[in-house]
Each structure stands twice: as structure tokens, then as C-alpha cells.
Design a protein around this ligand. Structure first.
Ligand SMILES: [Zn+2]
Length: 465
């Protein structure tokens, strides 16, 4: 069941329920910010037809999930009041520049357009596209603090701690006193990155002492002393994530485990030291009756998303007695992960990727993906995850919780998958495959519709593959 690392992004790993995790190519998250619930950003760019700056609020909820909205009523009161004035900060740094005129040269106009596009992309969950735009900004204006700020958040979220550090330091070097609250936040983030680097360093001094544990009715959590040292509230945080995963997955699959589930959390270096010998490729976790995962020192939205994914696998295994059809198992885990980010199904870029796969003969029949994903190359594995998520989303839209529970229950009694699909959905695997493809083709009816509109599209492909 092991599948190889399939992504240079390496944002998340995938836990096959009986086997190691392989990293997946789905960035799958908008959790750009870490830890504290803050209103951290606002007001960007009143260019184009709008004379006044349009405010964009970025805030992080208690679960570490980032939200981006231009609707202030969607921002909780505590977040709105937490950092009053951020909108003005952005206005003064960017947004009050004239829409046109002598002080806004072509390069500045392009910079502002790219940043505005990046914010729009972040709002839609198109993080790869946002990165490309922000990188383009820095090629023209290497000191642009806004771009450094958002790239630092994106890199942190992807586990690229060193690059996040570079961007935060560049932000601090470029940001003036008018950005003082952001400067303070950047300094706090830099110090948190020190903790992440320490936990990842195989040769570094690590906290010693006993492993810690905390249990409630549903979970038995164990975690290394280094995690306790970095985050005093570590156990409460991850227990909350797990409870949220349990309630989301229970609503989707109509089932919860009979017994409490063990979950073991490691700092990165500690995990590698303990488990590297098990696998021939890079992993961030595995399942052996308990879930074992690598954790950041300061857990946030990315760990929460990973737990939503892995918990779905664990319940699927308990209900069906295995992990097949593999595409259904993986697809359900994918859409649970996306739900942890308040996202429903695939992003438009991902659906477009599937349209291209259909056009170029790279679509892999779901029937081929039923036994496992093994034997796929990087590109194939990426397509397999996207197809699985699209198919699981399609099934979720055709069924209610009770029907999905019944479907898993039938699989658990050894009923053939096609028979189970026919009984619940009225169609077999091939018909599900056809329906998903039809929906993609209907959304992108022509070649023109699948072209990536940004002129940085070539770069985008690099970033997403
Ligand atoms: Zn998975």
C-alpha cells in the first residue's frame, strides 16, 4: 500500500491506513497563518475601477484555519477588534496610491495588480497561483514587504521553514514603522520558526524527558517532550483538532470508531530517528492501529488538515475492514481534509488539471485505482488523488450520511464494490467514473476554457508539480 513521494511541494503526507504516508501534491490549504487568532491583514489595493481601497480581511480562527474575506461581517468580532488599524496600515502602504497618475508607473501598477490577483487567489484556495504571482512581484520589486509577508505565511504552511524565515527577515528589513504591529507579529513568527528548525534538526539538542499523554473519551494522545517544551498547550490543541476531525468525519461517513483511538505525535527529527528504517521513501506518518504523525512545534491548520485526512482513513478501515476501493478511501480522506479548510471539493485549478488529464489521455479509470495507487508515476499519482477527491465529492453529493454509512457497511461485509455502488447509487464504478468526467467536461467545454489566464502559467505548472 506504500506509494512513493509524489510531490516536490511535500505539503502533506497521506496515510494509507495500513501503511506509510507518501507525500502528496495537493497543497490543499488556505491555512496561511499560524497559531493565534488575529486579524492580520486587510485593505489591499483600490486599483482598477474601484477608487477606494477594497479591504481584504485575513484572519485565523481558533483551529488555526485561515479565512480570507472582503466581507467585514464575516470576520468575528474578536478578530475585528484584535488588531484595529490594520486596514489603515495597508492603505497607507499601498492602497492610497492613486489609481493612475504620475506617481504610479507601469511597474508599480503591475506590482499592485499581481498582489491583488494573489489575494483573490488566496481567497479561492488557489495557493500555488498566489505564490507564482507573489514571486513575480519580487522579481520586479525585491523588497516589496507585502509579497514577503504572504510568501512567509505560505512557506510556513508548507513546512518550508527556512524559506519562511528568509521572507520574514526580508519583510522586517523592508517594512517601515508604519507597519509596526506587523513587525511585531513577524518577530514572533521568526522565534516560532526557531522552534520548528530545532525539532527538525537531527543533530540538534532535543528536549529530553518522559513522553506526555492526555486522553479523553475518544482519543489517547501521546507526544514527545520536545513538543511539550515548544507549546505548553500542545495536548489540548491537538485533542481539539482530533475532536473536530471526529465530528466532521462522522457526519460524512456516518460512523465513529468503537473504541478510543491512539494518536502519537513526534517532532520531525524524532520521528525520522524512530521510524525512518520502516520506509524507503519520505513519510510523515503511518498507521499501525494507532496514528503516528510528524507535528510542527506550533501546530496549526496544516496539522489539523492532516489529522482530518488520517482520521477518515482510520474510520474507513474500521468500517470496511480494509482500504478498498482505494480511490474511495483516499477521496473521502481528501474531501475531509479540504473541509478542515472550509473548502468544498476541488479548486478550479484542480478541476482544470483533470480536464487536461482527460484531453491528454492521462485520466486513469477509477477501476484501475480500486486496488491501490501503486505503480503510478508522480503525474499519475497526482491525477489519482484529484480524481479520487472529485469522485468522492460526486458520491457525497448523491447520498446522505445514512446511505454512505450503509455503503461502507456493505463493503465491510465483503460485498463487491460494484454491487455496493449499484445498491446505494444505482450505478457501478464505471458509471461513477463517467459521471465525474462528464461534469468536468461540462465545466470546461472548450480548449479556451482550460487555458490558465495568468501569463505566469508556465511557472505555475512548475510550482504545482
Ligand atoms: Zn490518504
Amino acid at each position: 500500500m506504500a506509494h512513493p513521494s509524489i510531490s516536490r511541494l511535500a505539503a502533506f503526507a497521506r496515510l494509507a491506513t495500513s501503511a506509510p504516508l507518501a507525500t502528496s501534491g495537493l497543497p490543499a490549504t488556505a491555512a496561511l497563518l499560524t497559531a493565534t487568532a488575529l486579524l492580520v491583514a486587510a485593505a489591499l489595493l483600490g486599483l482598477g475601477s474601484t477608487p477606494a481601497p477594497a479591504e481584504v480581511f485575513v484572519w485565523v480562527d481558533e483551529s488555526g484555519v485561515t479565512h480570507i474575506t472582503d466581507d467585514p461581517s464575516g470576520v468575528p468580532a474578536h478578530a475585528r477588534t484584535a488588531e484595529q488599524g490594520f486596514g489603515e496600515l495597508w492603505s497607507s502602504s499601498i492602497g492610497d496610491k492613486p489609481v493612475s497618475g504620475p506617481t504610479l508607473d507601469a511597474s508599480e501598477a503591475r506590482t499592485q495588480r499581481l498582489i491583488r490577483g494573489a489575494i483573490d487567489d488566496l481567497r479561492r484556495g488557489e495557493t500555488a497561483r498566489a505564490s507564482v504571482s507573489l514571486d513575480a512581484v519580487l522579481r520586479e520589486s525585491p523588497g516589496e514587504p507585502v509579497a514577503h509577508w504572504y510568501l512567509a505565511l505560505l512557506d510556513r504552511q508548507r513546512g518550508r521553514y527556512e524559506s519562511a524565515r528568509v521572507h520574514l527577515e526580508a519583510f522586517l528589513a523592508a517594512a517601515g514603522d508604519d507597519l509596526e504591529p506587523w513587525r511585531q507579529s513577524a518577530s514572533r513568527r521568526l522565534s516560532a520558526l526557531d522552534d520548528e528548525a530545532r525539532l527538525a534538526d537531527p543533530n540538534g539538542a532535543r528536549a529530553t524527558g518522559p513522553w506526555q499523554g492526555l486522553s479523553n473519551a475518544n482519543f489517547r494522545v501521546h507526544y514527545g517532550p520536545e513538543l511539550e517544551q515548544a507549546s505548553p498547550n500542545y495536548a489540548q490543541t491537538v485533542l481539539r483538532y482530533l475532536e473536530e476531525a471526529r465530528s466532521t468525519v462522522s457526519a460524512r461517513l456516518g460512523a465513529v470508531p468503537d473504541e478510543s483511538m491512539g494518536v502519537v505525535f513526534y517532532g520531525k527529527a524524532a520521528y525520522l530517528e524512530a521510524h525512518r528504517h520502516r520506509f524507503s521513501f519520505q513519510t510523515v506518518g503511518f498507521f499501525d492501529g494507532r496514528i503516528h504523525v510528524v507535528s510542527a512545534a506550533h501546530p496549526a491548520g496544516e496539522l489539523r488538515a492532516l489529522l482530518f485526512h488520517e482520521y477518515s482513513h482510520a474510520v474507513y478501515r474500521e468500517q470496511t475492514g480494509g482500504d478498498r476501493p482505494y480511490w474511495l478511501n483516499e477521496g473521502l480522506a481528501e474531501i475531509s481534509e479540504r473541509e478542515s479548510l472550509r473548502r468544498k471539493g476541488l479548486t478550479r485549478s484542480e478541476r482544470r488539471t483533470l480536464r487536461v488529464a482527460i484531453d491528454t489521455g492521462k485520466w486513469i479509470p477509477l477501476r484501475r485505482l480500486a486496488p491501490s495507487f501503486s505503480g503510478l508515476d508522480d503525474e499519475g499519482a497526482r491525477a489519482a488523488y484529484l480524481e479520487s477527491a472529485a469522485a468522492a465529492q460526486w458520491i457525497a453529493e448523491q447520498t446522505d450520511t445514512a446511505q454512505r454509512a450503509k455503503l461502507l457497511g456493505m463493503l465491510g461485509t465483503g460485498v463487491d464494490a460494484d454491487q455496493a455502488f449499484l445498491a446505494i447509487l444505482g450505478v457501478d464504478t464505471d458509471a461513477v467514473d463517467g459521471a465525474v468526467r462528464e461534469a468536468i467536461l461540462a465545466e470546461f467545454p472548450s480548449e479556451a476554457a482550460i487555458e490558465v489566464p495568468h501569463r505566469e502559467s508556465a511557472k505555475l505548472r512548475e510550482a504545482t508539480q
